[in-house]
Design a protein. Structure first.
Length: 233
């Protein structure tokens, strides 16, 4: 326990500002993104830890629970689903995010004789957008060590098997990161791809995919050169 406390103190000393609210607030906690709940038995990838203030750390906890559930809808054939974890997060969403839970019975359709079509309702969509916006800020800080400013532009989108044909081919290009936990590869759960220009820390392009459930694309643009001048997400 003491070693964990020392490690946290060291981490926060090295990363003194929250990377989610524009670097305007001191960091006092460590956030794990994507949420540890998205990973089987919480075996999350190493080096995905981020400095946060308490308010930012708590801002999407219910949303992350919903995303963790949806991330398990369709497993990679090489990694069997864990029914006990699906049940746990189903109960969590039912208790903490009733709007998302109420949509779930209406959100599925058929894709061929033996496959379900994953469609997200409005509440689930809003939860995804909030979570992915935080992922974008976290991933950008991880790859550039630069905090996205409060007025920076962020564009996020996601694809399930309901709209898989719309995935841009370029979103699968770039550096494919090897993801491990205690020496074990966890790429059968989570894929992470980055496309960054080292000379442009004000821009970032990130792709993340969970199992066969969804693929998300996040674009960070400090000055609105690519995303545009619309209000930030």
């Amino acid at each position: 326990m003491a070693s964990q406390s020392k490690r946290k103190t060291r981490f926060l000393a090295e990363h003194p500002l929250c990377c989610f609210c524009g670097g305007e607030t001191p960091s006092i906690e460590i956030d794990h993104l994507p949420s540890r709940a998205c990973f089987d038995k919480k075996n999350y990838p190493e080096n995905f830890e981020f400095p946060t203030c308490r308010a930012c750390n708590a801002s999407t906890s219910d949303d992350e629970q919903a995303v963790a559930l949806f991330s398990r809808m369709f497993s990679n054939p090489n990694a069997a689903a864990l029914p006990e974890e699906i049940g746990k997060y189903m109960s969590g969403v039912a208790n903490n995010n009733i709007d998302v839970f109420a949509e779930m019975g209406r959100a599925h359709g058929r894709l061929g004789e033996n496959h379900q079509l994953l469609k997200l309702g409005d509440a689930a969509h809003d939860a995804f957008m909030r979570v992915l916006t935080r992922w974008a800020k976290a991933f950008h800080y991880k790859e550039t060590s630069v905090i996205v400013p409060a007025d920076g532009r962020i564009h996020v989108t996601y694809y399930t098997n309901a709209n898989i044909g719309g995935i841009p081919p370029e979103s699968l290009e770039g550096r494919v990161h090897e993801l491990c936990r205690n020496g074990k590869n966890i790429g059968d759960q989570f894929a992470y791809i980055t496309r960054n220009d080292p000379d442009r820390p004000d821009l970032g392009y990130y792709t993340a995919a969970f199992r066969r459930s969804f693929l998300a694309i996040m674009l960070v643009d400090f000055h609105g050169e690519i995303v545009g001048r619309d209000p930030p997400v």
